[in-house]
Design a protein around this ligand. Structure first.
Ligand code: G6P
Length: 615
């Protein structure tokens, strides 16, 4: 995955490209590069980050009225200057390209081009596109037509922006399976992977669709769709006004986006559940106009997701089974898409994704449809995303842009949405009395305040973080609906502090992981005062008796007291169904503070990226 941006205007666009790349860095930060018009095409690339590229620009006083740029997450070829975008076609006619996505038939095309004498200077699939376009350009002598012909031969996902040295008055862009949008400005036109990169110059945004190819100049743009014809049919795409605010995408007074996003959770959840603020009852149409009909036919739920979103699905399974009485399967999307499951048409397929772009989740959803599943619901944070467009029903988590790579507020808003879904289905299945419905409405309205209170434990967690930062491994334990929360806690710690952490259902401890317990292995336990607390306490005794050091997040009424090797931080009294959402907060804070002590790059952990648009 990468972030790409292009600009063509009446003035120097280099600052726009750099600012845009900063905004897109969450999509990958293995290298950065740009090409601008400067009599010929001038290229600057660095194996470092956008800041390093800015220094190069300054040193070389680079300017130009048109340009394209990329911040890379390496897929084909190691992170290096040689593999950094933009890539050139090595031969005349000279073109430059930036790309986000993955070309699945790149080997085949590479061999074909090598036979024709093309020389490859990088290991990337992107360079294959560059040469292919150059080859077509020789034949048709028109960059737009060459892009149409070349993209028709590509398999996989791409969003590309292309410039030709001989015709610097335009940029040609194309999208298939990876996000790309145009920005219509007063003094120029722009293209980027996401709207946040373009807010600096315009709020007028056009979301391109699969098969769209557009030509941008400083005074206009033209869009065609090439899905059904060689050189495309002209299409009109609506210009949307972006309502993203600079506060939403800026850091404000915080040190890191992750910190900001942890503390934004009360407001993010309040926004997500805003429609309940004056509601007297819970209605299915919150999930789409067809929801009532579809929900009434639903006999089973299948959840597809990756990473943190998968953990949200695991929590929802407990709720859906217990409260709505619906059987529920939760599948890792990358696994599901290669299995042969048996489709039940009365199953509602729920795709959960912060970005709505995760390649595996999108592919798993499409696969489920092909298998015969009829109905789908997206729970997603990005309104114009592919997941939203691919799904019949949709519910937006209104968390606002999440920029830190480790997901926080997206997770808790997903949980809030999934709890609302559960309660809606429970009501439709006559499993919710009017009194219980009112109690649930109250609880959901109270959730932002409860989250605010949970955040108050930060000073205690900070103290724990000091000793945690010295460790190399950690175990996380939970039971029942809190087991996925333990998984999420372990994932957060791994992602940003690089401490190896594993989560176990506490009852499984004695079947293996207990062998690992010694004074060097901190054991984090989530101990809410629910019906499994007694069982969990026995599991904790097993650790304690073997000299293990326990760090327990308990409810105020869980009756676990601190001791020599037993450290306890208390949250509020047991919060019933909301408990897993509240118990997420201390684990996020723990990971964050451990990472701070260790001095890691909290928002951009090594090797990771936020939106995983490749398999
Ligand atoms: C990446 C991110 C994770 C995220 C996962 C799924 O791995 O780093 O934070 O949970 O993708 O992303 P999605 O956008 O589908 O929720």
């Amino acid at each position: 995955m990468c972030g790409i941006i292009g600009a063509i205007a009446n003035a120097n666009v280099v600052p726009v490209l750099l600012e845009g790349l900063q905004r897109l860095e969450y999509r990958g930060y293995d290298s950065a590069g740009l090409v601008v018009t400067d009599s010929g095409l001038k290229r600057l690339r660095t194996p470092g980050r956008v800041n390093d590229l800015s220094k190069l620009v300054e040193q070389q006083k680079t300017q130009g009225v048109a340009g394209i740029a990329n911040t890379r997450w390496a897929t084909h070829g190691e992170p290096s200057e040689r593999n950094a975008h933009p890539h050139f076609s090595a031969e005349e006619p000279l073109i430059a390209i930036v790309h986000n996505g993955i070309i699945e038939n790149h080997e085949h095309i590479r061999n074909y081009l090598k036979d024709k004498g093309y020389i490859f200077l990088s290991d990337t699939d992107t360079e294959v596109i560059a040469h292919l376009i150059a080859l077509k350009l020789k034949e048709v002598n028109d960059l737009f037509k060459a892009v149409c012909l070349a993209t028709a031969e590509l398999q996989g996902a791409y969003a590309i922006a292309v410039m030709e040295e001989a015709h610097q008055e335009s940029i040609v862009v194309a999208r298939h399976g990876a996000p790309l949008l145009l920005g219509v400005g007063k003094d120029g036109n722009y293209v980027a992977s996401d709207a946040s990169a373009l807010l600096q110059v315009t709020r007028d945004i056009i979301y391109l669709e699969d098969g769209d190819i557009a030509v941008l100049s400083n005074h206009g743009y033209r869009i065609v769709n090439c899905l059904n014809s060689q050189f495309g049919e002209p299409v009109n795409r609506i210009v949307h006004e972006s309502h993203l605010s600079n506060e939403e995408i800026g850091l404000g007074s915080y040190s890191h986006y992750m910190q900001k996003e942890i503390f934004e959770q009360p407001i993010a959840v309040a926004n997500t559940l805003e429609m309940l603020s004056n509601a007297q009852s819970i209605a299915p149409n919150l999930f789409g106009s067809e929801a009532e009909k579809i929900f009434s036919e639903t006999r089973q739920i299948l959840i597809l997701a990756c990473g943190t979103s998968y953990h949200a699905g695991l929590v929802a399974r407990y709720w859906l089974e217990t409260v709505a009485g619906l059987p529920c399967n939760v599948e890792i999307a990358s696994e599901y898409r290669y299995r042969d499951p048996i489709a039940d048409p009365n199953t509602l397929v729920v795709g959960i994704s912060q970005s709505g772009e995760t390649a595996d989740t999108l592919a798993a959803l499409e696969y489920a449809k092909r298998l015969g599943y009829r109905h789908s619901l997206a729970i997603c944070n990005v309104p114009e995303s592919a997941l939203i467009r691919q799904s019949e029903l949709r519910f937006l988590t209104r968390a606002g842009p999440e920029i830190g790579v480790a997901s926080t507020k997206a997770f808790t808003t997903q949980l809030a949405s999934l709890l609302l879904l559960t309660v809606t289905l429970a009501k439709m299945r006559n499993r919710l009395s009017p009194e219980a419905e009112q109690r649930m409405l109250e609880a959901l309205r109270h959730l932002p305040v409860a989250l605010q209170n949970a955040l108050k434990i930060e000073p205690e967690v900070k103290i724990w973080a000091q000793s945690f930062a010295q460790k190399h491994h950690a175990l996380f334990l939970g039971r029942g609906v809190h087991y996925p929360i333990a998984m999420e806690g372990a994932l957060k710690l791994k992602e940003i502090s690089y401490i190896h952490a594993e989560a176990y259902a506490a009852g499984e401890l004695k079947h293996g992981p207990l062998a690992l317990v010694d004074s060097d292995m901190p054991v984090v336990a989530i101990a809410p005062n629910d019906q499994l607390l007694g069982k969990l306490k026995s599991n904790l005794q097993e650790v304690y008796a073997r000299g293990g050091e326990l760090y327990v997040f308990a409810d105020a009424d869980s009756q676990i007291t601190s001791n020599d090797n037993l450290h306890v931080i208390r949250l509020s009294e047991h919060a019933g169904l909301l408990s897993p959402i509240l118990h997420t907060i201390p684990l996020q804070l723990l990971a964050y503070h451990v990472a701070l002590v260790k001095g890691t790059d909290v928002d951009k952990p090594r090797n990771l990226a936020k939106a995983v648009t490749v398999e």
